[in-house]
Design a protein around this ligand. Structure first.
Ligand SMILES: Nc1nc2c(ncn2[C@@H]2O[C@H](COP(=O)(O)OP(=O)(O)O)[C@@H](O)[C@H]2O)c(=O)[nH]1
Ligand SMILES: [Mg+2]
Length: 196
């Protein structure tokens, strides 16, 4: 597999692709989200958890974890979107730079029961100056808060979209990614966006 760059050149001058990174803490729904939305059988690198040093209290039934990354692909109109999920376990964080390389934007997943667990992921994406949206994955016993309140709690810039998602639901995840693509269009200068 090649590591797609910011824009992935397609054969015969076809439309470009967008590389998007999906990040968030362990058990937040990254693998679920990629599996729900991918047009191809997603590449996953699940392995049985060792859980050394990782908090899995919010996913007590979680027995596997993503060792390297998740990878999925989908078409949004005539754009191919490649989604790369970061590994959750702390001891694999060294891989993030490789996974983020060439990405044009990111989704940071949060859970209202543990917003603080996503701070590190937000910091990382902000430092890389990637446009991003915050996706609130609604778990059954999590409270719902208005986006403005979540934005305040995460001290996000006003322009960062905060969007509720059900990571298990294809249409919900597609809406999220469409919002991300719209956010990219609104915030990225055209020459950086499209390679001919
Ligand atoms: N109820 C609910 N459960 C979810 C949702 N997304 C993920 N899960 C469950 O949460 C657990 C962790 O999800 P996973 O995708 O493995 O998280 P990852 O570590 O971020 O890849 C799994 O048991 C999922 O079935 C969601 O939107 N709603
Ligand atoms: Mg995973």
């Amino acid at each position: 597999m090649t590591a797609p760059g910011t824009t992935v050149r397609r054969p015969a001058g076809g439309p470009p692709g967008l590389k998007i990174v999906l990040t968030g803490p362990l058990g937040i729904g990254k693998t679920t989200l990629v599996g729900a939305v991918s047009d191809i059988v997603p590449l996953t690198t699940e392995a049985r958890m060792s859980a050394a040093g990782d908090d899995i209290s919010h996913s007590p039934n979680k027995v596997t974890t993503t060792v390297a990354m998740d990878f999925g692909r989908l078409a949004i109109n005539d754009v191919t979107v490649y989604v790369f999920g970061t590994p959750g376990q702390q001891r694999f964080w060294f891989m993030w730079d490789a996974i983020v390389h060439g990405a044009i934007a990111a989704v940071v997943l949060v859970d209202t029961r543990r917003l603080q667990d996503s701070f590190r992921h937000l910091d990382y994406i902000e430092r890389r100056r990637l446009p991003f949206v915050v996706a609130v994955n609604r778990f059954p016993n999590a409270r719902s808060y208005p986006p403005a309140q979540i934005r305040d709690a995460l001290t996000l810039d006003g322009e960062v979209p905060v969007i509720e998602v059900d990571a298990r639901d294809r249409d919900s995840v597609r809406r999220l990614l469409i919002a991300l693509v719209e956010h990219i269009i609104a915030t990225t200068p055209i020459p950086a966006r499209v390679a001919s």
